[in-house]
Write a protein that binds this ligand. Sequence first.
Ligand code: GLU
Length: 446
Amino acid sequence: MSKPIVRFAPSPTGHIHIGNTRVALLNALYARREGGTFILRFDDTDLARSKQEYAESIQADLEWLGIPPDMTVRQSDRFELYDAAADRLKAVGRLYPCYETPEELEFRRKRQLARGLPPIYDRAALKLTDDERKALEKEGRRPHWRFRLEPTTVTWDDLVRGHCHVDCSSLSDPVLVREDATYLYTLPSVVDDIELNVTHVIRGEDHVTNTAVQIQIFDALGADAPTFAHHSLLITASGEGLSKRLGHLSIKGLRDAGLEPQAVASLAVLVGSAEAVRPVADQNDLTRLIDFAHISRAPAKFDESELDHLNARLIHEMPYDIARERLAQLGADEGETFWNAVRGNLTKVRDAVEWAKVVRGPVTPVIDDKAFIEAATKVLPADPWDAATWKAWTEAVKAATGVKGKALFMPLRLALTGLGHGPELAALLPLIGPERARARLSGQVA
Ligand code: GLU
């Protein structure tokens, strides 16, 4: 089998969200697993709404997710190809000019509905004579162009949905070119898929009807249609769809919130699949879990708070060499022992900053029972301190004061860290070190 060529085709009209990420990851990881090519295609034929700033942020998001494209194209660079394809379709009578205004179309639609007829375009424009067309153009009307569908049932074997069929006689002939000569997405997408030899179109199930139309366009242009996989869409716990325009769970926002790319990727890929949603730290492992045949047909519901859980679970296992650079950027790289001591208490890597400060100071100690702390200070073990120091010390405190359990640990924790919670003191104590520990126990900010 030839290597797959796939594409992720966002319109750069907003920041991409976690749902778009599902599409991007399924494409990119599938291509990677099969040794294929992952193309980023900007669907920017809508020049007014497309923005360079969004294109750049999408590129950055893909980099962050660890799926940089092998190739990037922009539809706005490719209008000549679309014009040539449109001319070919016009020449064979598959693309025809229509002159109805939106109001006229709406009026007809209402009339059809009132008569109990399906509101599909009646193809009145196909019956116009040359003279009638000229007369309309003289009135100042400019045509939009519709693709004449064959009234057949289009079928395909979808990698997710199995055997699919759409009866095209129940669809309106789709508009491919607007009155102002700009293209809707439908034709350019097919032209690019042909020209870039795309083998698999992996996209959301909101495109199923487009697929029937596009298969007819592939056919009309003399090309074989690629293989299709329409996966379920992500919806929020309250059942809402995600919207780029609403800025819902944008990748940029999730990144700024300090989430790990693999937490986002694990959720985006595994929700609505046969696999349990769990943090998969290694992208290659996630790649192996993609199985189109077992993506559920129902919308994939997820709870935003799952992201924090997944993130925390990833961090609890995260090796120091992966965390190190990020810790350094945060000014919180206190070495491997430190990382191993605190990672179990973190939800985000950035939370390590708080614990770096606890180790390094300055910490304002909290001391309620001065006498107890003084008694404890007297039995502090001698230097050097190590992982066994805490146990030795607390046993000595217990022997000296008769205090035990939480009544013993909590005042020491509060004095040493200024906080009532945190990582094991056995691990923190040697990191704090005798000098700072003594100072804090004596009530100094250190
Ligand atoms: N620009 C389209 C979208 O974002 C691409 C759909 C496709 O993959 O063909 O929905």
